[in-house]
Design a protein around this ligand. Structure first.
Ligand SMILES: Nc1ncnc2c1ncn2[C@@H]1O[C@H](COP(=O)(O)OP(=O)(O)OP(=O)(O)O)[C@@H](O)[C@H]1O
Ligand SMILES: [Mg+2]
Length: 223
């Protein structure tokens, strides 16, 4: 088993047999509003607490939006930005090539250990075809690993169909975590599934999770 890092999501490390694998690429997919951005912010804040610098590359919300999202959960992103532990960058999908050129240097210059790319669906609409998308996800993953980082890439799912927007993303990542709407009812009325986690004996099936004013937490009761 490779080295593990804390996900920052209460409950997830137990499901993942001790945490997320250092140096892996995790696809986090789900429909709109299932909590992909919240999960990703939590992952970077855990890194900031553990001395692992984080980079959030957003192709959707601006840095101001993300700061606002985090503050709704009581998380002070600006504090971590000022101390250099978290860096937020917003690119339009049309600036993808610029991002790609800068990516490796950004990781080195800021001693980044944790990365979020939110979302690769946005990039997929910019790139011309599935071949280009596969090639680019592969190259991004390689840069992540060459720099000893762990990355979350988010993806939309349309109408609960498949594991990602273009249905190739899941084959290029080490792990796939899917967020669904339906859950157990009551407080934990959403469910999460670790579909795959290479090199890990993870727990199978659906787990109920909730989004509260403290962010995402998972119940270890199975949904
Ligand atoms: N303070 C809160 N308490 C409870 N639920 C909240 C709170 N803040 C946000 N939410 C829930 O979280 C959802 C948004 O989560 P988030 O933005 O992380 O989802 P997302 O999957 O990134 O969405 P999108 O597909 O739009 O990018 C809201 O739609 C709402 O249901
Ligand atoms: Mg989002």
């Amino acid at each position: 088993m490779g080295l593990r890092i804390k996900s920052g999501i209460p409950g997830l490390d137990k499901i993942a047999n001790g945490g997320l694998e250092l140096g892996s690429v995790i696809l986090l997919s789900g429909g709109p509003g299932t909590g992909k951005t919240t999960f990703s912010l939590q992952f970077l804040i855990q890194g900031a607490l553990d001395g692992e610098n984080g980079l959030y590359v957003s192709f959707e919300e601006t840095a101001e939006d993300l700061i606002r999202d985090a503050s709704a959960y009581g998380w002070d992103l600006e504090k971590h930005i000022k101390s250099g532990k978290i860096k937020l960058l917003h690119f339009s999908p049309f600036e993808y090539d610029k991002f790609k050129q800068e990516f490796s240097l950004l990781l080195k210059r800021n001693k980044i250990k944790r990365i979020v790319i939110d979302s690769i669906s946005g990039i997929g609409f910019y790139l011309k075809d599935i071949y280009e998308l596969r090639k680019n996800i592969y190259e991004l993953g390689k840069t992540v690993k060459n720099n000893g980082c762990t990355a979350i890439m988010t993806s939309e799912i349309i109408a609960e169909k498949g594991y990602s927007r273009f249905q190739v993303e899941e084959f290029l990542s080490d792990s796939v975590i899917v967020l669904h709407y339906g859950g157990l009812g009551g407080d934990f009325d959403r469910s999460l599934q670790v579909v795959k986690m290479r090199r890990t004996k993870h727990k199978q099936g659906l787990f109920a999770y909730k989004i509260s004013n403290k962010g995402i937490s998972i119940s270890l009761r199975q949904a």
